[in-house]
Every structure is written in structure tokens, then in C-alpha cells.
Write a protein that binds this ligand. Structure first.
Ligand code: ADP
Ligand code: F6P
Length: 320
């Protein structure tokens, strides 16, 4: 391939810039040129692209967000939108694309690959909810951000003998909530994947309060069935411990990427371009038991991933 494209799609994640930088510089080292496609698949449809050389990605490795911008593109899900995207690829001489995003973005990459534009997916989302990989770019930074913010909440919660009920992101998954919960020493973690009896959680808080514990942190995944305001109200009513609900929100998606995210993003970008340079497409890059591997995109999309129940158990055991 002489020219490849790179785009970021879906929710942004810290480390996406590091991945783009790696794609660009690896491609240049292999004699290819790179087009940056802006605002995800919308940029493909609208022909919104920029030439990227080694200097275009200077000073980006430490930055959160994505300098290519990102979007969710309903138009791309239509055959008409997809055909426009393909026509633009042909016009710009783009022979392959690196797509950095989540499972939704992978579906777009699969559809493009099926229509003759080979794509390689790189997992980028703070949710860590992509089935084909143990790890997604952005997860580590988001966990650290959430942890730092909950540590600050703990100061005020402790000063007032309160219970802080904190919602963290994760869409339908509880990976971010579980790891953050363990890291902040939460009294309870509530995730969509594991059925939890709220009355048992409240009873545990009441019981540990009697045994001397004065302030509490409860971490709730955004996909959990009950919202944080309701949970805080229930805890206050049933235990008489003053409770406050906090939604951490989009701040979890920002910030300078951690070492882990920068390094993994760089390695994944390198591997993705190596595949395209050999004419190999229709694959996704995965992190598996400490190694970076790649898989067929169809296989990747049919995989399932489960929350680590042992970690959930450890969280419960260590929160008494
Ligand atoms: P993520 O990649 O983080 O999972 P989304 O699910 O929002 O985020 O997907 C990002 C974009 O990928 C969508 O806006 C759409 O353009 C494209 N996409 C998602 N699902 C499909 C699909 N089934 N077919 C084609 N493109 C899709
Ligand atoms: O997928 C990343 C994520 O931040 C999820 O955790 C969250 O549910 C969603 O995106 C929020 O999306 P938006 O930025 O559209 O509000």
C-alpha cells in the first residue's frame, strides 16, 4: 500500500493521539503516506481529510482527546453513506485504514473491509468493554482520573461522616467501576453484570458503621439499574448516615494519557501499520495476557468478555 488513512471514532479516549502518532510515523518509515480522516466516519463521507507527516504528530503523545476529532456517524450506517465513503477513499488513493475506536467502530471497519477497503481496528475506549481484547487504550488513564477524584471526595466525606455514592462511566459495562472501586477502597461496588441486593449493601453499611466505620464510598457503574441519587437517598433513609450522590461524568475521558496508555497505543499503532504494509486487512489489534496480537475482525466481533468475578469478590471481602 502507498497511502493509508487513520481515524478515531466513537467516544474519545486518552492515548488516541499516541496511537495516531505511531501509525503516522510507522507508515512513513515504511515508505507510505498517511491521510488523517477527521471526525470519524463523517470525515470519510465528507472528504474531510488532512495529510499527516512526521511533524504533524509532534507534541501530541502527551495530549488527551484526539486531534483528529471524533464523532458518532449515523450516516455511515447507511449503504449510501458507506458508498460515499468508499468513493472518497478511491478519490484520495486510500488503500487501507486504521480505525481507532470501540466495537461500534469495528463494525464500520468490518463493513468497509467487506467492500474492498482493508481496515485494521485498534481498541480505544475508556470503558475497556471490547470483547476481543483484555485492554483498551484510555482505560488506565480514566481509572486514575476517577481514582484521584474519588480520593478528593473522600476528604470531604470523611470530614462530614458521610457516605458518597459515586457514578463512574462505562456505558453498559462495569470494568471501570470495579477497578476504581478497588483502588479507592469502596465499601461497595455496583455493576450491571452482577446482580446485587441493595438492601444487603445498605445493611453492610449500617453494620460496619456500628463497628466504627464513619464514612463510606459506594461506586456505581453508569449502567447499573438504579441511579446514584436514588441509592444515596435509600442509604440515608435506612442508615441515618448523611449521603451525597456525585456523577463524575466526562471529566473521566480527559487528561494526559498515562504511561501505560501511551506505550500500548504506540505498540498497537506500530502493529496495525505492519499488517497493512503487508497487504493484510480485516483484522483488529488485541492485548492478550500481556502480548499484543491480532485477530480476524469477524471473530473479534463475535467474542464475549466477562467481568472478573474474583475481583468483585476481592472488592467485597476487603471492604468490611
Ligand atoms: P464505539 O466505537 O465507541 O463502540 P459507537 O458504537 O458509537 O462507538 O460507533 C462509532 C461509529 O461506528 C458509529 O457512529 C458508526 O458510524 C459506526 N458504526 C457503529 N455500528 C456500526 C454498524 N453496525 N455498521 C457500520 N458502522 C457502524
Ligand atoms: O464509550 C465511552 C463513554 O464515555 C461511555 O463511558 C459513556 O457511556 C459514553 O461514552 C458517553 O457518551 P457521550 O460522550 O456521547 O455522552
Amino acid at each position: 500500500m502507498k497511502t493509508i488513512g487513520v481515524l478515531t471514532s466513537g467516544g474519545d479516549a486518552p492515548g488516541m493521539n499516541a496511537a495516531v502518532r505511531s501509525v503516522v510515523r510507522t507508515a512513513i518509515s515504511l515508505g507510505m503516506t498517511v491521510k488523517g480522516i477527521r471526525r470519524g466516519y463523517n470525515g470519510l463521507i465528507d472528504g474531510d481529510m488532512i495529510d499527516l507527516d512526521a511533524r504533524s504528530v509532534s507534541d501530541t503523545i502527551q495530549r488527551g482527546g484526539t486531534f483528529l476529532y471524533t464523532a458518532r456517524s449515523p450516516r455511515f450506517k447507511t449503504e449510501e453513506g458507506m458508498q460515499e465513503a468508499i468513493a472518497n477513499c478511491k478519490r484520495e488513493g486510500i488503500e487501507g485504514i486504521v480505525v481507532i475506536g470501540g466495537d461500534g467502530s469495528y463494525r464500520g471497519a468490518r463493513d468497509l473491509s467487506e467492500r474492498g477497503i482493508p481496515c485494521i481496528g485498534i481498541p480505544g475506549t475508556i470503558d475497556n468493554d471490547i470483547s476481543s481484547t483484555d485492554y483498551t487504550i484510555g482505560f488506565d488513564t480514566a481509572m486514575n482520573t476517577a481514582m484521584e477524584m474519588v480520593d478528593k471526595l473522600r476528604d470531604t466525606s470523611q470530614s462530614h461522616d458521610r457516605c458518597s455514592v459515586v457514578q463512574v462511566m462505562g456505558r453498559h459495562a462495569g470494568y471501570l467501576a470495579l477497578q476504581t472501586g478497588i483502588a479507592v477502597g469502596a465499601a461497595a461496588v455496583l455493576v450491571p453484570e452482577i446482580e446485587t441486593d441493595l438492601s444487603e449493601v445498605i445493611e453492610k453499611i449500617r453494620h460496619t458503621n456500628e463497628s466504627g466505620k464513619k464514612h463510606f464510598i459506594v461506586i456505581v457503574a453508569e449502567g447499573y439499574k438504579t441511579d446514584v441519587q436514588t441509592i444515596a437517598k435509600m442509604i440515608q433513609e435506612q442508615t441515618k448516615i448523611e449521603s451525597r450522590a456525585t456523577v463524575l461524568g466526562h471529566v473521566q475521558r480527559g487528561g494526559s494519557p498515562s504511561v501505560r496508555d501511551r506505550v500500548i497505543a504506540t505498540e498497537m499503532g506500530y502493529n496495525a501499520v505492519q499488517l497493512l504494509s503487508q497487504g493484510i486487512g480485516n483484522r483488529v489489534i488485541c492485548y492478550q495476557k500481556g502480548d499484543i496480537i491480532d485477530r480476524d475482525i469477524f471473530e473479534a466481533l463475535s467474542m464475549t468478555k466477562t467481568l472478573d468475578h474474583k475481583m468483585f469478590e476481592i472488592s467485597n471481602v476487603t471492604s468490611i
